[in-house]
Write a protein that binds this ligand. Structure first.
Ligand code: SF4
Ligand code: SF4
Length: 549
């Protein structure tokens, strides 16, 4: 393919080599020269309707919109002359003529481009004192989105998200002149699978997230890079959290998930299923280990739980060998945890009946981001060779026949995946069923032992997505009460059993052991996986399980 042609332009006195076909605002973004924008969004088509990005170009008599002006060889552009700044001020004054300026009660306060640009370029004295025009306020337009028409500046970004990203036109502009309003099409609701993205792109407080609204002021929130665990796409996200402000919503630490730009995975977008699926981080959490007998649940110290598990594992190994133990790991675990689970049970204890799969599929799968495979790390489990023989169902059916003395389930919910009847039979026929998981579920009320695990937001590690891209995620909040990351629990069990060499202090230590043992991970550097992830050479995956230390 022919390389794109280069042109040379001068931008605020800097000589810049730019790619032909880009617009002035795109080149300015590349070199870090700020140009304000409302209607322009790098992930959407260009409409050039807000005029806040006007710049001066030599030999053109009037100011031109930077978003819609392609660069040309020899072009000389100024982004900050007096007439450019005056034009921005005029645009702001125009946009704010009928704006309610209700920033103190606006949920978008602190992340609103009207506020920011007024403070940068506006700062004019009010000249119009006639009554404002009123439009609809706080109008729910979909399950997740609420609209304030008075705050809307008619930039049409949200309309373009529906048409270009979700491919479901549901929003439009109605009426004319200063009575123009944004609204849903008559009789419709904004209910496509990417509706939350309209809130992301809205540059002002017109579209608000019903889930997040009035729960936290954005300047109190902290932000951690992460990866969505909602399906095998592994959309890059931010976790916005705050665990230090007791006056915020009771017991809530994670307040919202926002898409994080990755050009190779999700660009600027994420689906509603992933976005609003974060509640399990703070709700229905298992606070500590429990022992359950005859329907009675007793809290137990970690140390005692580990000691009794050790004794039972040793007795089982002595009396019937590793065939008396079966393990189901989970495709929700990080790659490091899957590896450590495999290392503990399959390699150290010799367990052969070990699998990771969960049969649930996402019925909303589309040809954009949402994948039918609902788990963030099924590809990681495949690469490690876990469960290459048999199936999770076969293991549970064996357990229901009384074949094991110990069944260890990690991050699984067998009642939801396989039905209550099968799991009730498993619990009846297996003396010890250990369930290591994050939340109370239908299955936790049946298991004999419950060990509290930490979800992705409370630990670090990697996921391998469906493209075999390995991506890092980072801990946002501390583990809830006595919950522990799954890799820590595996290590605790290994140490209780007296296994040597289990001295991992963080997920990174486990990662480097994997890079030494498995060709597919060889040469990777935890630090340089970075923000965008690294695509693995999957053809090197064949020799995984038997690779030596
Ligand atoms: S609601 Fe927001 S994104 Fe949509 S047109 Fe109005 S200002 Fe633009
Ligand atoms: S497409 Fe999948 S990974 Fe992306 S946000 Fe939705 S559930 Fe999460």
């Amino acid at each position: 393919m022919e390389a794109p042609k280069k042109v040379t332009i001068t931008l605020d006195g800097r000589t810049i080599e730019a790619t032909e076909g880009l617009t002035v605002i795109q080149v300015a973004d590349q070199v870090g020269i700020p140009i304000p924008r409302y209607c322009y969004h790098p992930g959407l088509s260009i409409v050039g309707n807000c005029r806040i990005c006007l710049v001066k170009v030599e030999k053109i008599p009037r100011l031109v919109p930077a978003c819609a002006t392609p660069v040309q060889d020899g072009m000389v552009v100024y982004t900050n002359t007096d007439d450019v700044v005056e034009a921005r001020r005029s645009v702001l004054e125009f946009l704010l003529l009928n704006h309610p300026v209700d920033c103190p009660v606006c949920d978008r306060s602190g992340e609103c481009y009207l506020q920011d640009y007024y403070m940068q370029f506006g700062l004019y004295r009010k000249r119009r004192f006639a009554p404002r025009l009123h439009k609809a306020k706080a109008k729910p337009i979909g399950p997740y989105v609420i609209l304030d028409q008075e705050r809307c500046i008619l930039c049409t970004r949200c309309i373009r998200v529906c048409e270009e990203v979700a491919k479901k036109p549901q929003l439009g502009l109605f009426q004319r002149g200063n009575r123009t309003v944004l609204d849903v099409f008559p009789g419709q609701s904004l209910d496509h699978d990417y509706s939350g993205c309209t809130v992301d792109v809205c540059p002002v407080g017109a579209l608000l997230d019903r889930d997040f609204r009035f729960k936290a002021r954005v300047w109190f929130l902290k932000r951690t890079r992460s990866v969505c665990p909602g399906c095998s796409t592994g959309c890059n996200i931010y976790i916005d959290w705050n665990e230090d402000k007791p006056y915020l919503a009771q017991g809530q630490r994670v307040f919202r998930l926002k898409p994080r730009y990755n050009p190779d995975v999700n660009r600027y977008w994420m689906c509603d299923y992933g976005r609003y699926g974060y509640k399990f981080i703070d709700q229905d959490r298992i606070p500590r280990p429990y022992r359950q007998t005859d329907g009675q649940r007793q809290p137990i110290e970690w140390s005692e739980a580990l000691e009794r598990i050790r004794a039972h594992v040793e007795t089982t190994l002595r009396e019937v060998g590793p065939s008396g133990i079966a393990v189901l790991l989970s495709p929700h675990l990080s790659t490091e945890e899957l590896y450590l689970g495999w290392k503990l049970f399959a390699e150290a204890l010799g367990v052969r009946d070990i699998h990771y799969e969960m049969p649930t599929r996402n019925p909303k799968a589309d040809d954009f981001l949402i994948r039918a495979e609902k788990f963030p790390n099924a590809a990681g489990a495949r690469l490690l060779g876990i469960g290459s023989d048999g199936s999770a169902r076969a293991i549970l059916e064996n357990a229901a026949q009384g074949r094991y003395r110990l069944l260890w389930l990690v991050g699984q919910n067998p009642v939801r995946c396989y039905g209550a009847e099968l799991f009730q039979a498993v619990v009846r026929q297996t003396p010890w069923v250990v369930l290591q998981t994050v939340n109370w579920t239908e299955s936790t009320s049946l298991a004999h032992w419950i060990l509290p695990a930490a979800p992705f937001a409370e630990k670090e590690g990697t996921f391998v997505n469906a493209q075999y891209r390995i991506q890092r995620f980072w801990p946002a909040v501390r583990p809830y009460r006595e919950a522990r990351p799954d890799w820590v629990i595996f290590q605790d069990v290994a140490r209780a059993l007296g296994l040597t060499g289990w001295n991992y202090t963080r997920a990174e230590d486990i990662f480097y052991e994997m890079t030494r043992r498995f060709p597919v991970f060889q040469g990777l550097d935890y630090a340089t996986i970075g923000d965008r992830g690294v695509v693995l050479q999957v053809e090197r995956a064949g020799v995984l399980v038997n690779a030596g230390t």
